[in-house]
Design a protein around this ligand. Structure first.
Ligand SMILES: [Zn+2]
Length: 89
């Protein structure tokens, strides 16, 4: 049996390559809105983060989301991400 190739993406927190489905996708729509993409199918430019609050906080501090998505991100979005990670347990 052939091994299926798993799509890998880099977490903005720890900057490690991880399987895409283990990461949370944050997407900037063509209109410039930022949202959390739980399906991984939304159109737009994406950035990825582990389901780990430490990675999230690291990425927020270093403004890596803003750099990756080339847009200013409000505290509200970060707060939403924190909530999302809490739900993931
Ligand atoms: Zn990470």
């Amino acid at each position: 049996m052939k091994v299926k190739k798993v799509p890998m993406r880099m977490c903005l927190g720890c900057q490690e390559m991880k399987p895409k489905k283990e990461l949370i996708r944050v997407v900037r729509s063509p209109e410039g809105d930022i949202s959390i993409d739980m399906t991984g199918k939304k159109a737009g430019r994406g950035a990825y983060i582990c389901k780990d609050i430490n990675c999230l906080e690291k990425a927020i501090k270093a403004k890596r989301f803003e750099k990756a998505l080339e847009v200013k991100i409000s505290e509200e979005i970060y707060q939403k991400l924190r909530e999302e990670l809490k739900n993931e347990g």
